[in-house]
Unconditional design. Structure first.
Length: 565
C-alpha cells in the first residue's frame, strides 16, 4: 500500500478497515482467480507466488483496474492505492515461506511502481509478449538497494493506447542528486512564529532550486508533510529522492538559531548537520551558508554554480522581510480572505522598503491571483496595478525568477507571445526546479503550437511536485487535445474533481473527435448549463493559441460536439 505509514498516522482504524475491505473484495478474489498462493503478509503488503508470469501479471492488472474504479470519486486522503512488483526466478521453499534472489528482485521492483501501478523485470516482459492488452514503458536499468547488478525494469501501462501518459507521481529515479526540504519545525513555543519558520524553509528551498545540478521537490509537495511524523525512508520513497533536508528554527529577541541536517535516505545516515546562531540581520548570509554546505556534501562533490546573491538585492529591513514571508504563506492557501491579508502584508513590506524588489514581485503575484479568481472589485484597476508592480520589481532586480514568471503569464494573457517567451526562458534559467515555472513552460509551448514538447514539461512539473494543484491536469489535458491525443486528453481532464465550462468544452471536443457522441453530448450539455449563451467562436477567440490551425482544430471539435458557433 502506497503511503501506508502516513495514512495510519492520520487514521489508524479507518485505514485498516479500508485495507481489509479491499483485501477481501478485490485482492483475495483476484488471487484465487489466477492461481496465486499467498505466502505471507508484511503489514502494508503481501508476498504471492504464481505458476506463471502471465498469471501474475493478469492478476496484478485486474487488481489495479478494479482499485482504479473503486477509488473514483474518493477523496485523496481516503484512497487506498497499491504498488506491485513482479519478477520471475527460482525460489527456496522453507516452512511455507519462499526466499532467494527472485523474491529480492520483486521486492525492489515494487517501490519503482507508481501508486496504482505495476513494475516488472525484463524477464517478465519477455514472457508477456503483446498479450493482455496492456502497454509497457521501458524504465531502463535501475540500481536498487542490496542488489549489485542493475535491474532492467518496465512499467505496465494498463491501457496500451496510453503508454507514457499515466500518473507521474513515481517516476524513475532522477539522474542527478535529488532532495526534498521538509518544513522546518518552529521551536519558539510561540504559534505566531509558525509563519516565520515556514518562510525560512521556503527561502532555503528556493535558493537550492537555483542549482541546475539538483532536482529539488517543490514547496507544495514538501509542505504536505508539515506536522507529520514520518520515517525519512518513507518520505524519500514517496518522492523518489536520495536526500532529505530537515531542521528547526528558534527565535528569541533579535537572535535566531537554525538547526539543519542532511540525511541520506537509503542509509538513514546523517551526512551533515549544523547549527547557526545569528542576529536577524545576518539571515541572508546564513541562508547562503546553509545551502552552500548542503550542495558541497552531495554525491560527486558537486561544485555549486555560485550564488546569485551578489546580483540580487535582499532587503536590509527585517520587518519588510517578515511581511513578505507571511504574505507568501497566505498566498499559497488560495482563499479570498488569505489573499486580502497577503495584499495587506505586502503593501506593508513595500512601504517599509520601497526598493525591495521581491516584495513588489510578490505583490504583483497576489494581485494577479485576485484578478484571475475575480476577487477584486475593479478588474481593470487591479490589472494595471499588477503590471505597475512588475515594472517596479524588474527595474529594481532583473534576476528574480518570480518577476519573469509573472511577466510571462501577463504577456500570454495579452497574446504577446514573443515577450512571454523571453520572460519564460529567463525564469527557467533563474529557477529550473520551480514547478510553477516548469508547468508554465509546458503551457506556453502548447500555446505556441508545440504541444508535444509541452506535454513533457507538464509531466516534469508533476514529477517535481507530486502533490501538484489540480490545474496541472487541466494544462495536460489541453496539451494532449492540441497534440491530437484525444484519449489522453479525456483521461487528464477526468482527474479534475470539478470542471469549469472551458474544461467541459475541451472534454466535449475530445469525445467528439474520438467518435463518442454520448460523451460529447454529456459535456456539451454541461457547457450550456454553466454558460447558457456559450459561443464556440467567442470561446476559441479568448484562448491564447499563436497558430490559427490550433484554434480551428478546437473549433472543429466543438462543432462536432454540437455546440453553437
Amino acid at each position: 500500500m502506497a503511503g501506508y505509514c502516513l495514512a495510519m498516522e492520520a487514521d489508524e482504524s479507518g485505514t485498516l478497515a479500508r485495507l481489509k475491505a479491499h483485501r477481501l473484495e478485490v485482492v483475495d478474489p483476484a488471487l484465487a482467480a489466477h492461481r496465486g498462493r499467498l505466502v505471507k503478509t508484511t503489514g502494508d503488503g503481501v508476498l504471492v507466488e504464481f505458476q506463471s508470469a502471465v498469471d501474475a501479471v493478469q492478476c496484478a492488472v485486474d487488481i489495479q483496474r478494479k482499485m482504479l474504479r473503486r477509488n473514483a470519486g474518493v477523496s485523496p486522503d481516503q484512497r487506498v492505492q497499491f504498488r506491485i512488483g513482479i519478477n520471475v526466478g527460482d525460489v527456496i521453499v522453507e516452512d511455507g515461506d519462499i526466499f532467494g534472489d527472485g523474491v529480492n528482485v520483486a521486492a525492489r521492483l515494487e517501490p519503482l511502481a507508481a501508486p496504482g501501478g505495476i513494475c516488472i523485470s525484463a524477464t517478465v516482459r519477455e514472457q508477456m509478449g503483446d498479450r493482455l492488452g496492456v502497454g509497457f514503458e521501458d524504465l531502463g536499468e535501475q540500481t536498487v538497494k542490496n542488489i549489485v547488478r542493475p535491474i532492467r525494469a518496465y512499467r505496465i501501462v494498463l491501457d496500451a493506447s496510453q503508454a507514457g501518459t499515466t500518473i507521474v507521481a513515481r517516476a524513475k529515479p532522477a539522474s542527478k542528486p535529488s532532495l526534498v526540504v521538509l518544513p522546518f519545525v518552529n521551536m519558539s513555543g510561540n504559534p505566531e512564529q509558525e509563519i516565520f519558520a515556514d518562510g525560512i524553509t521556503e527561502d532555503i528551498l528556493t535558493e537550492l532550486s537555483r542549482f541546475h545540478e539538483l532536482t529539488v521537490i517543490s514547496r507544495n509537495s514538501a509542505f504536505a508533510f508539515k506536522g507529520k511524523a514520518a520515517k525519512v525512508s518513507d518520505i524519500a520513497r514517496e518522492f523518489g529522492v536520495q536526500f532529505v533536508v530537515e531542521g528547526s528554527v528558534r527565535r528569541a529577541g533579535d537572535r535566531i538559531r537554525v538547526t539543519v541536517q542532511l540525511i541520506d535516505a537509503e542509509t538513514d545516515h546523517h551526512v551533515w548537520a549544523e547549527k547557526y546562531d545569528r542576529k536577524m540581520e545576518d539571515i541572508f548570509a546564513m541562508q547562503d551558508e546553509i545551502t552552500g554546505a548542503i550542495v558541497a556534501t552531495l554525491p560527486g562533490r558537486i561544485e555549486a554554480a555560485g550564488h546569485e546573491r551578489a546580483t540580487r538585492k535582499p532587503t536590509q529591513n527585517m520587518a519588510a522581510y517578515e511581511c513578505v514571508l507571511a504574505g507568501k504563506v497566505l498566498h499559497h492557501r488560495s482563499t479570498r480572505e488569505d489573499n486580502l491579508e497577503a495584499q495587506r502584508l505586502l503593501d506593508r513590506a513595500v512601504s517599509l522598503d520601497p526598493n525591495y524588489a521581491h516584495a513588489h514581485a510578490w505583490k504583483a503575484c497576489v494581485l494577479g491571483q485576485s484578478w484571475v479568481h475575480g476577487w477584486c472589485d475593479d478588474r481593470d484597476t487591479t490589472w494595471q496595478k499588477t503590471r505597475a508592480e512588475l515594472t517596479i520589481a524588474r527595474q529594481l532586480d532583473d534576476n528574480d525568477s518570480d518577476v519573469h514568471r509573472i511577466l510571462a503569464a501577463v504577456n500570454i494573457i495579452n497574446d504577446d507571445h514573443d515577450s512571454a517567451w523571453q520572460h519564460q526562458q529567463r525564469a527557467l534559467e533563474l529557477n529550473p526546479n520551480n514547478d510553477l515555472i516548469v508547468v508554465q513552460h509546458g503551457e506556453i509551448l502548447t500555446w505556441r503550437g508545440r504541444a508535444e514538447e509541452g506535454i513533457d514539461w507538464i509531466k516534469q512539473a508533476m514529477r517535481l511536485n507530486p502533490f501538484h494543484p489540480e490545474r496541472f491536469w487541466s494544462h495536460l489535458g489541453r496539451a494532449h487535445y492540441t497534440a491530437r491525443n484525444y484519449r489522453e486528453a479525456v483521461d487528464a481532464y477526468r482527474r479534475l474533481s470539478k470542471a469549469d465550462h472551458a474544461q467541459h468544452a475541451f472534454l466535449a471536443a475530445a469525445y467528439a473527435q474520438l467518435g463518442e457522441p454520448d460523451g460529447a453530448a454529456r459535456h456539451a450539455q454541461e457547457v450550456r448549463r454553466l454558460i447558457p449563451d456559450f459561443s464556440a467562436a467567442r470561446h476559441v477567440a479568448s484562448l491564447h493559441y499563436r497558430e490559427e490551425a490550433s484554434r480551428e482544430h478546437l473549433r472543429e471539435g466543438l462543432a462536432k460536439a454540437g455546440l453553437p458557433d
